[in-house]
Design a protein around this ligand. Structure first.
Ligand SMILES: Nc1ncnc2c1ncn2[C@@H]1O[C@H](COP(=O)(O)OP(=O)(O)OP(=O)(O)O)[C@@H](O)[C@H]1O
Length: 296
């Protein structure tokens, strides 16, 4: 194992990135250790992809520095890293086999064998495959040169449950082998599979730690009513942090009396229970706070 693989394999120190007058990433410090799976969470536009691109040295920082495998993210170090971008980085007009051969030639590594469930696709153009299969190929390509750190930008978005479970098996296999993994996801069940979470909102790192650390003392109200559509509409119009999960109406970080008043005024009969917040609700609260801070 190299010296870098025993400690922090991915690191950002006081990193800011501006596009013109807009600050996409605002003074973020974070790290991933060897053997750790760290989940990077945040709403659309929170700054996750921008941070990842700076960590990889694909985008310069405006301030601060990033390090990968113990040094600046040079081309040489990037060769020891696996990256699956949101758009997968595959050639759609090349076959699966050709894509894997191309990646192997770039890294000077052996062409990875296709697992049984993918072997039938060797001669199929990547662009003709379902998204879930394309993601599995992108994983295989990104891991083919035995990287020491892996960065995955929404690796399972649009993927069915079985393929998602397979991809997570692969991620855990990597971390068990000592690889440090940074993964962005919108799926809260996946967040629970990470060793540690980082939450971004409005370009800032607003919470980190275990699921319990991130949720902290935030509570939610579960609104039980047959008239869930009217309840949701009234609460949403009142500016509450309301989430409709199926037919269940939940409000994060809200005052029970105030919510009862809004529902009463909307003629909605409901029972209201205080419950622990979920990560998603905590994210909603943090995103609203970040927005309020920037809009004054
Ligand atoms: N090249 C660019 N020029 C201007 N603005 C940009 C550029 N790249 C990103 N942004 C802006 O920076 C913000 C953060 O974008 P980023 O893609 O990092 O968010 P994200 O958290 O990855 O979102 P998503 O989950 O949608 O991928 C967004 O408001 C985006 O529009």
């Amino acid at each position: 194992m190299t010296a870098s693989a025993t400690g922090q394999v991915i690191e950002a120190v006081d990193v800011t990135r501006r596009f013109g007058s807009f600050t996409a990433v605002d003074d973020v410090s974070m790290h991933v250790e060897a053997g750790e799976v760290v989940g990077l969470l945040g709403a659309n536009g929170a700054g996750k992809t921008t941070l990842m691109r700076m960590l990889l040295g694909l985008l310069p920082t405006s301030e601060g520095r990033t390090r990968i495998l113990g040094g600046s993210p040079s081309r040489a170090r990037r060769r020891r890293v696996g990256y699956v971008p949101q758009n997968l980085g595959l050639y759609r007009d090349m076959t699966v086999r050709e894509n894997l051969e191309f990646v192997s030639a770039t890294y000077g590594s052996a062409v990875p064998p296709l697992p049984d469930e993918l072997s039938a696709f060797a001669r199929v153009l990547v662009g003709d495959l379902p998204l879930g299969t394309q993601r599995q190929i992108a994983f295989l390509a990104a891991l083919s040169h035995a990287p020491e750190a892996v960065l995955l930008d929404e690796p399972t978005s649009g993927v069915d449950a079985l393929s998602r479970a397979r991809l997570w098996d692969t991620i855990r296999g990597q971390s068990d082998a000592g690889v440090g993994v940074l993964v962005t996801t919108h799926y809260m069940q996946e967040a629970q599979q990470c060793d540690r979470l980082l939450l971004m909102a409005g370009g800032r790192l607003v919470a980190q730690g275990s699921e319990a650390d991130v949720i902290g003392s935030t509570r939610a109200l579960a609104v039980r009513t047959g008239d869930w559509a009217a309840a949701f509409a009234a609460l949403n119009a009142s500016g509450a942090a309301v989430i409709l999960d199926g037919r269940a109406v939940r409000v994060a970080d809200a005052d029970r009396d105030e919510i009862a008043r809004v529902l009463r005024e909307a003629d909605v009969d409901a029972e209201i229970d205080a419950v622990p917040a979920t990560i998603e609700e905590r994210m909603l609260v943090l995103a609203r706070e970040a927005k309020a801070a920037t809009t004054g």
